[in-house]
Write a protein that binds this ligand. Structure first.
Ligand SMILES: [Zn+2]
Length: 103
């Protein structure tokens, strides 16, 4: 596989899988499912395809990790206003959380 960029290869494989497994979800659908998945509201069949996508798609895996972290940070900010925010939290996220809190 010399000379073929790994990322391009992965994208190609994902495209192939979507062609041969039409029931597989796309990254866009994955995004729509995230909240329900984290809240345990996803029906079994959808959870299965969701987790399958998670296995084959690195980008969505990273996205899920970031999404989870965002939820944790917002929860912490709501529970304890004095809790220090982790250094890794981007500035605009803090602003968004604080803005949401004021509502
Ligand atoms: Zn994806």
């Amino acid at each position: 596989m010399r000379g073929i960029p790994v990322r391009r290869m992965a994208r190609w494989m994902r495209g192939m899988m979507l062609n041969y497994m039409p029931w597989m979800i796309t990254c866009r659908e994955f995004e729509d499912f995230i909240l329900a998945y984290l809240e345990g509201d996803l029906p079994e069949k959808q959870r299965f395809v969701f987790e399958l996508h998670l296995k084959v798609c690195r980008e969505c895996r990273d996205y899920l990790v970031a999404y989870r972290r965002t939820i944790e940070v917002s929860k912490r900010a709501f529970e304890d206003p004095d809790a220090p925010l982790p250094a890794s939290v981007p500035e605009d996220l803090i602003t968004a959380v604080l803005a949401a809190k004021k509502k």
